[in-house]
Design a protein around this ligand. Structure first.
Ligand SMILES: *[C@@H]1O[C@H](CO)[C@@H](O)[C@H](O)[C@H]1NC(C)=O
Ligand SMILES: *[C@@H]1O[C@H](CO)[C@@H](O)[C@H](O)[C@H]1NC(C)=O
Ligand SMILES: *[C@@H]1O[C@H](CO)[C@@H](O)[C@H](O)[C@H]1NC(C)=O
Ligand SMILES: *[C@@H]1O[C@H](CO)[C@@H](O)[C@H](O)[C@H]1NC(C)=O
Ligand SMILES: *[C@@H]1O[C@H](CO)[C@@H](O)[C@H](O)[C@H]1NC(C)=O
Ligand SMILES: *[C@@H]1O[C@H](CO)[C@@H](O)[C@H](O)[C@H]1NC(C)=O
Ligand SMILES: *[C@@H]1O[C@H](CO)[C@@H](O)[C@H](O)[C@H]1NC(C)=O
Ligand SMILES: *[C@@H]1O[C@H](CO)[C@@H](O)[C@H](O)[C@H]1NC(C)=O
Ligand SMILES: *[C@@H]1O[C@H](CO)[C@@H](O)[C@H](O)[C@H]1NC(C)=O
Ligand SMILES: *[C@@H]1O[C@H](CO)[C@@H](O)[C@H](O)[C@H]1NC(C)=O
Ligand SMILES: *[C@@H]1O[C@H](CO)[C@@H](O)[C@H](O)[C@H]1NC(C)=O
Ligand SMILES: *[C@@H]1O[C@H](CO)[C@@H](O)[C@H](O)[C@H]1NC(C)=O
Length: 584
C-alpha cells in the first residue's frame, strides 16, 4: 500500500481523534439526529408502546400528586411532522374547577390564554413577512422614536442604534423588561407602609394594567420604555424582555405597512387557518373557552394592548399543533431560514439551557438506548408563556421531527406545565429515538457490494447502545479498508486498536439520494492526555471532511433510496468511486 499523507497531516488528525478520548459516552456523535427522523413513527413498536403507556403515566402522576389533580386543568398534544399525525392528545378538566368550561367540554379547540407563547407567533410573523433581511438591522431603522432617543448616558439610556431586530427577538438587547406591567406603583396598595417612598404623580406610569389605568398608546409606551434604564449592554447576557417584543410589533408594522393585527392575520393566521387564535379575546358568545374562576381576576378578557406581541394572545391545542407542524415543515419559510432561526443565540448560566429568538432551548441528555446510561444531547426548542392562571408551552424536537404542546389553566398552571413537558419529553423523545433506530435498521442495515464481484463490500449494522450507522466491514478491492483507515488516521496496525466508523445523516438530499458523513474514532480510547478545562471534550465536528482523496472526503457516503419505501438500494462510499448494491 502507498501513502501520500505527510506525517504532519497524520499528526494533526491523530490529535483531533485524541481530543475525543474523555467522552463519558463511548462515541462522540455530531450534534443533531443520529438517524434520519422516522418517516412513519406511528408504525413503530416504540411509539405503539408510548401510546399505550403514556395515559397510565399521566393517571399515576395525577393520583400521586405529581400533578395537581384538583385545581389545574390541562390539554396536551404530541404530533409528528413526518406523517402529520397526532401521536397523542389528552385533556384533563380538574374537578374543583367546575364552571370553568362554559361550553361543557375541554378539547383541542378550547381557547386558552397563552401568555408569552405569543412571542413565538410574533417572531414567526416577522420572519414570514420580512425573511432574514432585517434581522441584523438596527431597530432604529424601523422605529423612529428610538432613533430619536437620547444616548448621552449609557447607564440611563439604551444605545438603540447598537440594538438589532435580532437582539430584541432573542432577549439580547439588554433593554428594560417591561414598562408599567408589574410596576408596583400602579397597584392600589399602601406601599409607603412597607418602606417605599411616596411618589408624586409624574413618577407613576399613567397607563398600563393597574386599577383605573387605560392601556398605553404607542407614544405613551415608547416614552415609558425610553424613561427606563437599560439592564445591561446590548449583546452582553440574555435578559428576558417583554418590551423588546412590544417593540418588535412596531417593527412588523413598519416593515409590512400594516397594523400588527393585519400582519399576523395575513402572515400566519390565514395561511395556516389558525381560526381559533387571536390577539383579542374571542366574542363572549364563543363558549369553547376555559376560565378557571373569576374572568376578571383571571384576566381572560383583558386586552393586552401594547404587550399583545409579547404576551397577549389566545390559542388552542389544535392551532398550536398546526403552528408547530408548519415550523417543522418550513411551510412558510425557506428551510435554510428555519434552520438558522432554530439555533441558540446565547448560552445561559444553566449548561442545559440556551436562548434563541425567542426559543427557550432545553438540552436533553437522551440515553442512547434503554440499555445504557450513555447519552447524547437532544435540543428541544420551546417557548413557554404565563399569564395569571394560564401557562403554555410549545416544544419542537427537530432531531425527530416531532413537537408537543402543553396548555394549563388553574392554581398550579406554571409548575404543572413544566411537569407535563418533562413527562412528555421523557416518554416521547426516547420513543421517537427508538422508532428512528428501528426504521434506520430496516432502511439501511445490510451488506452492499459491487456488481458482479464482492471484492468491494460495506456492511452496515446498528448497535443498541451506540449512535449512528456502524460500518462494521469495509472491503475495497479485496483490501480491508478499515485497517487502511486505522493506519492513515491513527498510524497503527495494532489489532487491539479498533476504528469506529459511524455514519450520521447530513440532512442533504437530492432526488432519491441522501448523504451521510462518517465520524472516525479510535476505540478503545487511550487514557486522557489533556487535563483541565479542555479535557472533557466531544469534538468530532472539527475533523469531519478532514481528509480527502482527489477532492472527495474519506468520510463521504451517499445512499440511493427506493423511491416508494425509502429503503436504501445502493451505497456510494464516494472516495472509492464505486457504487455498491444492497445485497441483504
Ligand atoms: C508511525 O508509526 C511508525 C511505527 O510505529 C513510527 O516510526 C512513525 O514515527 C509514526 N509516524 C508518526 C507521524 O507518528
Ligand atoms: C387526586 O390526588 C389524591 C391525593 O393523591 C388522590 O387521593 C386522588 O385519588 C386523586 N384523584 C385523581 C382523579 O387522580
Ligand atoms: C404533511 O403536511 C405538509 C404541510 O402541509 C405536507 O407538505 C406534507 O406532504 C404532509 N405529509 C404527509 C405525509 O401527509
Ligand atoms: C425627534 O425629535 C425631534 C426634536 O426633538 C422632534 O421634533 C421629532 O418629532 C422627533 N421624532 C420622533 C419620531 O419622535
Ligand atoms: C417628585 O418628587 C421628588 C422627591 O421624591 C422631587 O424631588 C421632584 O421634584 C418631584 N417631581 C415633580 C415633578 O414633582
Ligand atoms: C379552518 O379551521 C376551521 C376550524 O378549525 C375548520 O372548520 C375549517 O374547515 C378550516 N378551513 C380550512 C380551509 O381548512
Ligand atoms: C357570535 O355572534 C356573532 C354575531 O355577533 C356571530 O357572527 C357568531 O357566529 C357567533 N358565534 C358563535 C360561536 O355563536
Ligand atoms: C445506569 O446508572 C444507574 C445509576 O447509576 C445504575 O444503577 C445502572 O446500573 C446503570 N445502567 C447501566 C446499563 O449501566
Ligand atoms: C456477493 O455476495 C452476495 C451476498 O452477500 C451473494 O448473493 C452474491 O452471489 C455474491 N456475488 C458474487 C459474484 O460472489
Ligand atoms: C471493532 O469494531 C467492530 C465494528 O464496530 C466490532 O464489530 C468489533 O467487535 C470491534 N472489535 C474490537 C476488538 O473491539
Ligand atoms: C478480487 O480481488 C482479488 C484479490 O485482490 C483479485 O485477485 C481479483 O482480480 C479481484 N476481482 C475483481 C473482479 O476485481
Ligand atoms: C426514485 O426512484 C423511483 C423508483 O423507486 C423512480 O421511479 C424515480 O424516477 C426516482 N427518482 C429519481 C429522481 O431518481
Amino acid at each position: 500500500m502507498k501513502f501520500s499523507l505527510s506525517s504532519v497531516a497524520i499528526f494533526s488528525l491523530a490529535s483531533f481523534v485524541a481530543i475525543t478520548n474523555s467522552q463519558s459516552t463511548q462515541n462522540c456523535p455530531l450534534l443533531g439526529p443520529i438517524f434520519p427522523a422516522p418517516l412513519n413513527p406511528a408504525l413503530s413498536k416504540a411509539v405503539h408502546s408510548a401510546k399505550r403507556n403514556f395515559p397510565q403515566i399521566l393517571t399515576e402522576a395525577l393520583s400521586a400528586s405529581i400533578l395537581d389533580n384538583s385545581t389545574t386543568s390541562f390539554s396536551i398534544n404530541v404530533f409528528s411532522a413526518s406523517d402529520n399525525q397526532t401521536l397523542f392528545t389528552y385533556h384533563y378538566a380538574a374537578p374543583a374547577l367546575s364552571g370553568s368550561l362554559p361550553g361543557g367540554s375541554l378539547n383541542d379547540n378550547t381557547i386558552y390564554r397563552i401568555g408569552s407563547l405569543s412571542k413565538l407567533f410574533t417572531a414567526y410573523t416577522l420572519l414570514v413577512k420580512a425573511g432574514n433581511l432585517n434581522w441584523n438591522d438596527p431597530v432604529t431603522k424601523y422605529v423612529p422614536e428610538l432613533a430619536n432617543a437620547s444616548t448621552a448616558n449609557p447607564i440611563a439610556n439604551s444605545q438603540w442604534s447598537d440594538i438589532t431586530v435580532g437582539a430584541l427577538a432573542s432577549h439580547m438587547a439588554g433593554v428594560t423588561r417591561d414598562y408599567s406591567l408589574f410596576d408596583l406603583s400602579t397597584q392600589d396598595y399602601p406601599f409607603a407602609a412597607l418602606g417605599l417612598p411616596t411618589l408624586n404623580t409624574s413618577e407613576i406610569p399613567p397607563c398600563g394594567f393597574g386599577p383605573g389605568l387605560t392601556s398605553c398608546s404607542r407614544q405613551q409606551y415608547l416614552k415609558g420604555v425610553l424613561s427606563r434604564h437599560p439592564v445591561t449592554a446590548p449583546f452582553n447576557t440574555p435578559i428576558y424582555s417583554n418590551a423588546g417584543y412590544a417593540i418588535l410589533g412596531y417593527v412588523i408594522e413598519t416593515v409590512t405597512g400594516k397594523d400588527f393585527s393585519e400582519a399576523i392575520t395575513s402572515g400566519i393566521y390565514q395561511p395556516l387557518n389558525l381560526s381559533r387564535s387571536s390577539l383579542l379575546a374571542p366574542p363572549t358568545n364563543d363558549t369553547n373557552i376555559i376560565i378557571p374562576g373569576d374572568a376578571t381576576s383571571n384576566a381572560f378578557y383583558l386586552d393586552g394592548s401594547a404587550e399583545i406581541p409579547a404576551g397577549g394572545m389566545y390559542s388552542t391545542a389544535s392551532d398550536i399543533r398546526t403552528l408547530g407542524l408548519s415550523i417543522l415543515h418550513s411551510s412558510l419559510l425557506p428551510p435554510a431560514l428555519t434552520r438558522r432561526w432554530m439555533k441558540p443565540m446565547s448560552h445561559t448560566s444553566n449548561v442545559l439551557n440556551a436562548v434563541g429568538a425567542p426559543w427557550e432551548i432545553a438540552r436533553m441528555q437522551l440515553p442512547l438506548s434503554p440499555y445504557t446510561n450513555d447519552t447524547r444531547m437532544v435540543d428541544i426548542y420551546t417557548k413557554s408563556g404565563d399569564l395569571t392562571v394560564y401557562s403554555s408551552l410549545l416544544g419542537l424536537v427537530p432531531d425527530h421531527n416531532i413537537g408537543f404542546s402543553v396548555l394549563t389553566a388553574g392554581k398550579s398552571s406554571g409548575l404543572q406545565r413544566y411537569t407535563l413537558a418533562s413527562l412528555i419529553s421523557e416518554t416521547w423523545v426516547p420513543a421517537l429515538e427508538s422508532a428512528a433506530r428501528e426504521e434506520a435498521t430496516a432502511r439501511f442495515a445490510g451488506t452492499y457490494s459491487s456488481d458482479g464481484t464482492n471484492n468491494s463490500t460495506v456492511t452496515i449494522e446498528l448497535e443498541d447502545n451506540r449512535p449512528g450507522l456502524d460500518v462494521t466491514r469495509w472491503i475495497s478491492d479485496g483490501i480491508d479498508f478499515r485497517s487502511t483507515l486505522k493506519l492513515l488516521l491513527d498510524n497503527t496496525t495494532d489489532p487491539s486498536v479498533n476504528m469506529s466508523i459511524r455514519l450520521y445523516p447530513t440532512s442533504l438530499t437530492a432526488g432519491n439520494s441522501t448523504s451521510f458523513r462518517a465520524v472516525f474514532e479510535t476505540l478503545p480510547y487511550e487514557p486522557i492526555q489533556t487535563k483541565g478545562v479542555f479535557a472533557s471534550n466531544c469534538e468530532t465536528w472539527v475533523s469531519v471532511d478532514g481528509f480527502t482523496y482527489g477532492s472527495i472526503g474519506l468520510d463521504d457516503f451517499e445512499f440511493v433510496l427506493d423511491g416508494t419505501l425509502g429503503k436504501a438500494v445502493e451505497l456510494k462510499p464516494r472516495v472509492l468511486r464505486t457504487n455498491l448494491l444492497r445485497r441483504a
